[in-house]
Design a protein around this ligand. Structure first.
Ligand SMILES: [Fe+2]
Length: 258
């Protein structure tokens, strides 16, 4: 209301006082150029390395821009080189301080994450979840799974579309930060679930336990730069870049161990 009043007042005065109008027309608005520090530069995935320790970064199997437009280049760079790197470095520091964790695989560490050590749970989860996430996506992929995995999805969900709806709902309805998952449980059945924070289905006390086959990061850092509040659109576009070949390999590996 104030703004409208000011505009009307200025317009009225401009009729009476030509100087008011002249001043607006000649007004110069200076827009500062970004400094060298502020200039956005995009690095390369291979430029990123974790501190020396038990765990290395999973190598990003594509360039930062490879998943665009589903995931934009800046989101990928920040996610991999900042968020993922931080989880990895923190995990390496925690493992170095705890002799009971030395030489354990990440899966065995996750099985010990019952919540008594929140730092370990968050950073071991962050390390594992993101590594799985990077490899579960690929440029020029998406579509639907084939062969065994396609049959299993039909067997356990009824159809691919039903699975897609369940997975999308799990991702969309996860309150706050977390992940959506497709897992194979100990009976060999495929299940969809979601977890808060950096929890995952390998940790104790989860609603659904199983071996992860596919996951989707729904922390805001995974999509907010490009999608803002439109998480659903991000989820829809994720289906265009799922690496179903990798998901099938994970199923084969998980069931071969049993
Ligand atoms: Fe993330």
């Amino acid at each position: 209301m104030k703004k409208i009043f000011s505009i009307v007042l200025c317009f009225s005065l401009s009729l009476l006082l030509p100087s008011c109008k002249r001043k607006k027309l000649t007004e110069v608005v200076e827009v500062p150029l970004p400094s060298a520090e502020e200039k956005i530069t995009i690095g390369q995935p291979d430029d990123v390395s974790a501190i020396d320790g038990q765990f290395s970064l999973v190598k990003l199997p594509y360039e930062y821009n490879a998943l665009s437009p589903s995931i934009d280049i800046l989101t990928m760079e920040m996610h991999y080189s900042k968020h993922y790197l931080t989880y990895t470095n923190n995990l390496n520091k925690l493992v170095a301080e705890d002799p009971t964790l030395i030489d354990l695989s990440i899966e065995d560490i996750l099985k010990k994450c019952d919540g008594t050590n929140a730092d370990l749970k968050n950073n071991a989860g962050g390390y594992y979840n993101h590594g799985l996430f990077w490899e579960g996506m690929s440029p020029k992929s998406g579509g639907q799974p084939k062969d065994t995995l396609a049959s299993l999805i039909t067997r356990d969900f009824g159809s691919f579309e039903v699975f897609k709806t369940q997975f999308s709902d799990a991702a969309d309805k996860q309150f706050g930060s977390g992940w959506a998952w497709l897992v194979v449980d100990k009976t060999g059945k495929l299940q969809v679930t979601s977890t808060p924070n950096q929890d995952n289905p390998l940790m104790p006390k989860q609603i659904v336990s199983g071996t992860p086959l596919l996951n989707l990061d729904v922390w805001e850092h995974a999509y907010y730069l490009d999608y803002q509040y439109k998480r659903k659109r991000y989820i829809d576009n994720f289906f265009k870049i799922i690496n179903w070949k990798k998901v099938s390999e994970r199923y084969e590996e998980a069931t071969a161990k049993k």
